[in-house]
Design a protein around this ligand. Structure first.
Ligand code: GLU
Length: 427
């Protein structure tokens, strides 16, 4: 790939820099990742052969605290992608005012081709390889694309074995039985839902007259579709990595989810008890889903979905980025000209890392919160920051994305400046 994701991500920084009075030192610092680790992970496969997997962990910036970010298992993982995701985490944590910097990790593989035992050995091998690079006060991994609670549990266990002490705060998104937080699994979608609800009030719309298309039916995509359905929105299309379904009168999301969980396939069904029947629908591709004439489009899969190539054909009125980086910076300009309002990833999907922060706090205090407490705190902080970004956007007459970067940059700038200049003359 000749076009670097990181340079694309950096363009957002350059744009925002036009609107903030931060030192050139701060800007220069934020253009480069602090440290990038590449590791080879040997794994004994179930059939006795040895396979080496390539893994990464990038710590982008730690001016505001230990670095924080997920680990993804995906065939498309590259160093460039992980660096960009770590860049976004840096800004995301600053937007939510979390005392964290940004990081990301990944392993290049198709997790669907590995058995559960192979995945566990791979995960433990990855932790062995990055153990000196992470830690509760240094860098704290979490789930991301194709990783989940189970994988985080193995990571925490392996790290604790290496350290010879139980260290729950090294990883977030763990199973509740191992010190995970209530509400962490649904947090990304829940945060996005709170942002949407607040935005809907401003748009003077009501849910039942609002059509939505959701791309991606993983943890975040399926949960946001379900939350929107329960709140009365008309979810007319959803998709997974294989394709999607569309029904103008709206889909019954709990039925689709039940079907997907039990058969791993996405089908337009309506279930009564255990009996599921197909409903009238059209089979669509992921590309078609993005171009549907809907009020709200929710990309909740991977980055680079809306680009200079298809940007012109997007018809949605509003886009809420639940995935990280689904819109390229070139497409941003096209959408802006078309009057499509984009609510950016570093705000919309920040619910996940916010509850990760709550989990880390609970682990360090040894005192655990109720689900209501978690969700209340999440709602308060994400709607507060959404309002602040909205105000910056209005004040400076800029997009919500640039406003979110401006907001984050002010906080990052303060932290970098407060640290002094030592880093610039001592290695
Ligand atoms: N992977 C999630 C994200 O991209 C969560 C990160 C975390 O909880 O640290 O925001």
């Amino acid at each position: 790939m000749s076009h670097s994701l990181l340079s694309d991500a950096n363009q957002r920084l350059e744009k925002a820099l036009q609107y903030v009075a931060v030192d050139e030192d701060v800007a220069e610092r934020l253009r480069f990742p602090k440290a990038s680790l590449i590791v080879s992970i040997p794994v004994r496969m179930d059939n006795g052969t040895l396979r080496i997997f390539q893994g990464y962990r990038v710590r982008y910036d730690d001016s505001r605290g230990p670095t924080k970010g997920g680990v993804r298992y995906h065939p498309g993982v590259t160093l460039d992608e992980v660096q960009s995701l770590a860049f976004w985490m840096t800004f995301k944590c600053a937007v939510l005012n979390l005392p964290f910097g940004g990081a990301k990790g990944g392993i290049t593989l198709n997790p669907k081709e590995l058995s559960k035992f192979e995945l566990e050995r791979l995960t433990r091998g990855y932790v062995d390889a990055i153990a000196d690079f992470i830690g509760p006060d240094v860098d704290i991994p979490a789930p991301d694309v194709y990783t989940n609670q189970m994988v985080m549990g193995w990571m925490m266990d392996q790290y604790s074995i290496i350290q010879r002490k139980i260290t729950p705060a090294v990883v977030t998104g763990k199973p509740v039985s191992m010190g995970g937080s209530l509400g962490r699994e649904t947090a990304t979608a829940m945060g996005a839902f709170f942002v949407m609800q607040a935005a809907l009030v401003r748009m003077k719309r009501n849910p039942k007259d609002t059509t939505v298309a959701v791309q991606g039916f993983g943890n975040a995509g399926a949960t946001i579709a379900e939350l929107l359905f329960s709140a009365g929105y008309k979810v007319v299309a959803v998709s997974d990595s294989k394709g999607g379904v569309f029904a103008a009168e709206g889909l019954d999301i709990p039925s689709l989810r039940h079907m997907k969980d039990s058969t791993r396939t996405l089908k337009a069904v309506y279930c009564k008890g255990t009996v599921c029947n197909q409903v009238e629908h059209t089979v669509i591709t992921n590309a078609q889903l993005l171009e549907l004439d809907v009020d709200i489009l929710v990309p909740a899969a991977l980055e680079n979905q809306i680009t200079a190539e298809n940007g012109d054909r997007i018809q949605a009125r509003y886009i809420f980025e639940v995935a990280n980086g689904p819109i390229t910076s070139e497409a941003d300009t096209i959408l802006e000209t078309k009057g499509i309002q984009v609510f950016p990833d570093i705000l919309v999907n920040a619910g996940g890392v916010t509850v990760s922060y709550f989990e880390w706090v609970q682990n360090r205090n040894g005192l655990y919160w109720t689900l209501e407490e978690v969700n209340d705190r999440l709602e308060k902080s994400i709607t507060l920051e959404a309002e602040r970004i909205w105000a910056i956007a209005q004040d400076l007459n800029i997009s919500m994305r640039t406003a979110a970067y401006v907001h984050a940059l002010n906080r990052l700038g303060d932290a970098i400046k407060a640290k002094g200049t030592r880093d610039y003359y001592i290695n």
